[in-house]
Design a protein around this ligand. Structure first.
Ligand code: ARG
Length: 457
């Protein structure tokens, strides 16, 4: 394809290091779509004859049918998917195939193909996240008033509801979707026609190819267009942040599924057994989601480091852009699907969660707040009095509201029997009715809004 100026062919090592076909064959659909858009435009602009254009377009359809049926052949001598498609086209239709590459370079070709691929990956991630959101909202709706301990430092802090906790992940995934759709808008410009780096002297119509490929507009600077991989970085960084959220959810499910917690039973379908310990049900899917997040973040780092030292315009380093994106996309798609199943099909032990909230002195803040409100005690003093009550309850092995009024009054005589109404975990959760708080009434309102946002009902 480029042998004209060379006296000797590439060494075996050159062929191997140069070949991207083992991974960029994943772009074959995009490559053929972009070539068809390009040749239709060349014909419309009378740069190639209608007869040649038709032969090329029909030939490309035949190549596509072959790849669909038998996969893409891997010949290192053909380097990449662009050469592989063109070589097959030449075999099928003869020298007319050589006209396809008029007013085009592999540099704008690969930038276009890759954008098309990444745009689809973004759409896929958004769709997957929408399914996860529906699962979260559904489970939150079932559990708007199920009490569980809320944690800080993984120590029992205050009672919250399971619905509120699940909806926290809804908010995270909402931001993830907004990042993907925002990134998709920036990806939506077509580099085709930028040619090698400087544009072309042929009277091409870049609006037409952009439109044919479903892009909002052509890119506006040919140097930038062939050397820009921001769209891939946008995808990888957005994927990283999304994976980070999935990993936190996975981590919580792993902790909750451990026997000392016993808050959740993961579905059998997303668990594995042990070959030696018959009682084991291991949360492997969740652990792999947690593990995948590390790999996805690694992919984002890899491409940033690849790009950071490159002068304009194209350098072959950029061929290394694809493996991290393909790897991250495969991992992310799986991680989103796994967590969707996990949320939809896990069984929450809400009785056990409530019990944990009751045993963890989760209402200590409510006692302190009651002292401030009802006995006009400064919060710092109330905090101290409450600490003494917790110490006593702990010594007696009891919940706070299981202490007698006499015991409480021995700590501070200003306490009266009305305090017990404030000390139950339900009263505590219901009292946190500030906007965005855990009170079931607040959670119910947010769940109803979210159900509309994700078209549930
Ligand atoms: N396989 C190359 C890549 O993925 C295509 C562009 C090659 N361009 C070139 N001038 N060698 O980056």
């Amino acid at each position: 394809m480029w042998g004209g100026r060379f006296a000797a062919g590439p060494s075996a090592i050159m062929r191997e290091i140069n070949a991207s076909i083992p991974f960029d064959k994943a772009l074959w659909r995009q490559d053929i779509a972009a070539s068809k858009a390009h040749v239709a435009m060349l014909a419309a602009q009378t740069i190639v004859s209608p007869e040649d254009a038709k032969m090329i377009a029909d030939g490309l359809d035949r190549v596509a049918a072959e790849y669909e049926a038998d996969g893409v052949p891997e010949d290192w001598d053909l380097e990449d998917i662009h050469m592989t498609v063109e070589a097959r086209l030449t075999e099928l239709i003869g020298p007319a195939a050589g006209r396809l590459h008029t007013a085009r370079s592999r540099n704008d070709q690969v930038a276009t193909d890759f954008r098309l691929w990444v745009r689809e990956a973004m759409v896929r991630a958004e769709a997957g996240l929408l399914s996860l959101q529906r699962a979260l909202v559904t489970r939150a709706h079932e559990n708007v008033d199920a009490i569980m301990p809320g944690f800080t430092h993984l120590q029992t802090a205050q009672p919250v509801t399971l619905g509120h906790h699940l909806m926290a992940y809804y908010e995270m995934t909402k931001r993830d979707i907004s990042r993907f759709s925002d990134a998709r808008k920036r990806t939506d410009e077509c580099p085709l026609g930028s040619a090698a780096l400087a544009g072309t002297g042929f009277p091409i119509d870049r609006q037409a190819t952009a439109e044919a490929l479903g892009f909002a507009a052509p890119t506006r600077n040919s140097l930038d267009a062939v050397s820009d991989r921001d769209f891939a970085l946008d995808y990888l960084m957005t994927a990283s942040q999304c994976a980070l959220h999935l990993s936190r959810l996975a981590e919580e499910m792993i902790i909750w599924a451990s026997q000392p917690f016993g808050f959740v039973k993961m579905p059998d379908t997303l668990s594995t057994g042990s070959s030696i310990m018959p009682q084991k049900k291991n949360p492997d899917a969740a652990e792999l989601v947690r593990g995948h997040a590390g790999r996805i973040i690694g992919c984002a780092t890899a491409l940033m480091v690849t790009m950071k030292g490159l002068p304009l315009a194209y350098s072959k380093d950029m061929q290394d852009d694809k493996p991290p994106v393909f790897e991250a996309a495969g991992l992310l798609d799986l991680a989103i699907a796994a967590m969707t199943g996990m949320v939809a099909d896990s069984t929450f032990d809400t009785a056990r969660m409530r019990q944990a909230a009751e045993l963890g002195y989760a209402t200590a803040t409510d006692l302190a707040d009651w002292l401030v409100r009802e006995a006009d005690i400064p919060f710092r003093e109330a905090h101290h009095i409450t600490g003494a009550a917790v110490k006593l309850a702990e010594r007696e092995g009891k919940a706070l509201d299981a202490l007698t009024l006499e015991q409480l009054q021995a700590i501070d005589e200003r306490i009266d029997e009305r305090v017990f109404a404030a000390l139950s975990v339900d009263a505590s959760a219901h009292s946190r009715s500030s906007y965005g708080g855990t009170a079931p009434q607040q959670v119910r309102a947010r769940v109803a809004e979210a159900a509309k946002e994700v078209d549930l009902e």
